[in-house]
Design a binder for this molecule. Structure first.
Ligand code: LIP
Length: 269
């Protein structure tokens, strides 16, 4: 069975739109969404929509490609034999979804031998869909997108996010305190995949966050990279749970150095 990025993207996008329509309809049907379970802390929630969406996504992907693997936020890892696996966040921005804030996304990435080659991030509330394939550029609703030309940190609009653990949040706030005076402004929108797409589309000049999981990042990082962003970690590390930084090239070095100096990839000073 083919592992062509374009074919993988078509399957991912069709699946993301179907799952997105379901979670959107479920949210719009109620005034208040129930919490079905919690994970790392009482504020780290799962709704029935998260689990239903991941079940639908798994069903569609494996019906089309039964030998593929899947790594999903809610149901973990399913091994495959094809060399292709899918990295799935059924609802990224779950707390936004819980509160009815229209800023959440279905994020699906395809990896071939562990390398992301296609990604889709779909916001069912806005209808916006970001896509990319490795080497094929990045698109918002089919229109090519690119990062900003920002080359002064003092003019940079920087996105970030916070973990669910109180000690980590205190540390993240301390880093933010140092950052606020030296950048244009800060945005905290609540969905990593959409923050990465915001960098890709020039709606942010940069975004950084500590504590993200592969399903938060896989599709959005490809989209950002294909739009011209540098996506990296600190101290020469690859982007990962320690820290993900996605930035317009003109400010990445200065911002990375500052985040390194502030210890943004640590939970202690
Ligand atoms: C969320 C991320 C967000 C982060 C939240 C949470 P979830 O993912 O997208 O950037 O700040 O703490 O991790 O839990 O909604 O899939």
């Amino acid at each position: 069975m083919t592992a062509e990025p374009a074919a993988l993207l078509t399957l991912a996008e069709t699946t993301a739109r179907e799952a997105g329509a379901m979670v959107y309809q479920r949210r719009e049907a109620v005034e208040r969404m129930d919490v079905a379970a919690t994970k790392s802390t009482p504020t780290d929630v799962v709704t029935e929509s998260d689990t239903a969406a991941e079940a639908l996504i798994r069903d569609r992907l494996l019906a089309a490609r039964p030998d593929d693997g899947i790594l999903g936020e809610e149901d973990g890892r399913t091994a495959g034999s094809s060399g292709v696996d899918w990295v799935v966040d059924p609802i990224d921005g779950t707390v936004n979804y819980l509160y009815g804030l229209p800023h959440y996304a279905v994020s699906i990435a395809a990896r071939v031998d562990g390398v992301v080659v296609a990604g889709v991030v779909h916001n069912p509330a806005s209808g916006e869909t970001w896509t990319a394939t490795a080497g094929g550029g990045a698109y918002l609703d089919g229109r090519a997108i690119s990062v900003t030309g920002c080359d002064q940190l003092g003019m940079a609009m920087v996105g970030t996010g916070f973990g669910y653990d109180a000690q980590r949040r205190a540390r993240q706030a301390a880093v933010l305190l140092e950052l606020v005076p030296v950048v244009r402004d800060i945005r905290r929108a609540g969905a990593a995949s959409l923050d990465l797409c915001a960098v890709a589309a020039g709606r942010l000049d940069a975004y950084y966050e500590r504590g993200l999981q592969p399903w938060d990042v896989a599709a959005g990082a490809l989209i950002a990279e294909q739009a011209g962003a540098t996506v990296t970690g600190l101290h020469g590390a690859a982007p990962g749970e320690d820290l993900v930084l996605a930035s317009a090239p003109g400010v990445v070095d200065e911002l990375r150095s500052l985040l390194e100096r502030l210890g943004a990839d640590r939970d202690t000073p």
